[in-house]
Design a protein around this ligand. Structure first.
Ligand code: ADP
Length: 403
């Protein structure tokens, strides 16, 4: 990448588009600016961008007008034109939840690939269409710009076949019904960071817990995914802010047959009304629950911690042992209480926490006599995407140069 170029990372959800701009500084990618348009489709959308010092550089509100992804992308495009300080866009990297079985690595996005990714919408109907909307906008507005798709599933395609399989007949599994796993960009980033902190961890058996509104855990061996708690969809595994995590599939059948619930109602229950919110009846937000003296808030946190402990045992079994435990995500990075409780329950694996290091937010929170080092690392999916986009841009340039 030239000094006058930038990598743009786009992370589009159902009601927001987040972006980050990266430049190259002393051979490293450096975050220059980030921003977001939030509350799309509400009539109350707003835009804010902050510079590398975290200070706001621009704000905008659309009062009364319901803004779509396309309108937001046009706005961001115009914003970029006037705020890039003369830099040109080397590539745009997109976070895309599902790459299916087709994409096990970042890919250049063109109309054909976009059409293939649109066919995966049924596998992730709540995320995939929103992830793809900005790709289509850029293809229309600036088809010459290099766009790269980075997938939340890709890191997990390295898992052994058994870890990806359901015990269902081939007539069903051949339709793509299998465990995919998500949060892969977050885990890939952690896997790249650990050897920098301690080079002996490059071959290690690691369990990483990405605990945010969405929450999952991943077993990583020598930098590759071995197993994960999320499966066919991102509703599986741990309880989350509003998602239930694993439930017996018989529960869904019961909801249909006995409670006569429609599919939409069941989906709302499992995705939006369960997890920390559903159990507590108070909030999906860990900060609110930790501050509450209500026993239901306590129960929600206890269940969250209990299920993390169960999954930790299962993932350690998939790895055949445990050499390191890593926390990330909003809860993993900030809740000393959850980390302490998880580590207390993991004493049987040899985990010992240093209470002071945990409370004061150190990167390494295990006690010197812990058999398993415990790390707390900030999630940085955006940087992972920027790295991939830069690598793909370099490859494209080399190819162009040779042609
Ligand atoms: P997302 O999955 O939407 O990216 P985040 O990774 O931002 O979510 O995590 C959001 C969660 O992190 C919320 O439950 C929030 O309460 C929790 N969280 C953030 N800061 C703290 C804190 N200081 N203590 C406890 N929980 C926190």
């Amino acid at each position: 990448m030239q000094a006058a170029e930038t990598i743009v990372v786009v992370n589009a959800g159902s009601s927001s588009i987040k972006f980050s701009l990266y430049g190259e500084r002393e051979g490293e990618l450096a975050l220059l600016m980030k921003g977001k348009v939030e509350k799309l489709y509400t009539g109350d959308a707003y835009f804010v961008a902050t510079g590398e010092d975290g200070v706001s550089v621009a704000e905008h509100r659309w009062q009364g007008a319901a803004i779509s992804h396309e309108t937001a992308m046009r706005f961001l495009f115009d914003f970029a034109h006037t705020h890039l300080d003369g830099r040109t866009v080397a590539a745009i990297g997109h976070r895309i939840v599902h790459g299916g079985t087709l994409f096990s690595a970042p890919v250049r996005l063109d109309a054909d690939v976009l059409a293939q990714l649109e066919r995966l919408i049924p596998l992730a109907p709540l995320h995939q269409p929103h992830n793809l909307a900005p790709v289509r906008s850029v293809l229309e507005m600036a088809p010459e710009v290099l766009q790269i798709g980075c997938f939340d599933t890709a890191f997990h395609t390295a898992q052994p076949e058994l870890a990806q399989a359901f015990a269902l007949p081939p007539s069903i599994t051949s339709l793509g019904i299998r465990r995919y796993g998500f949060h892969g960009l977050s885990y890939e980033y952690l896997a790249s960071q650990l050897p920098e902190l301690d080079h002996s961890l490059d071959k290690a058996r690691v369990v990483a817990a990405h605990l945010g509104n969405g929450a999952s855990m991943c077993a990583i061996h020598a930098g590759r995914s071995v197993a994960s708690t999320m499966g066919f969809t991102a509703v599986d595994g741990l309880p989350m802010g509003t998602r239930c995590g694993s439930v017996d599939p018989g529960v869904v059948l019961f909801l249909q047959s006995e409670l006569k619930m429609e599919q939409g109602e069941i989906e709302r229950l499992l995705y939006q009304q369960s997890g920390l919110l559903g159990v507590s009846g108070i909030s999906s937000d860990m900060r609110t629950l930790e501050a509450s003296s209500d026993p239901r808030a306590r129960l929600a946190i206890d269940l969250f911690v209990y299920r993390i402990g169960r999954e930790l045992g299962s993932l350690a079994a998939a790895l055949g042992g445990l050499d390191a435990l890593v926390f990330t995500g909003g809860i993993g990075e900030n809740s000393a209480r959850v980390r302490a409780a998880v580590c207390r329950d993991a004493a049987w694996l040899g985990v010992r926490i240093d209470a002071a290091a945990n409370e004061s937010g150190q990167a390494c929170i295990s006690a010197p006599d812990s058999a398993v080092p415990v790390w707390v690392l900030p999630a940085n999916e955006e940087l992972m995407i920027a790295r991939h986009a830069l690598e793909m841009q370099r490859k494209a340039q080399q190819k162009g140069g040779r042609a």
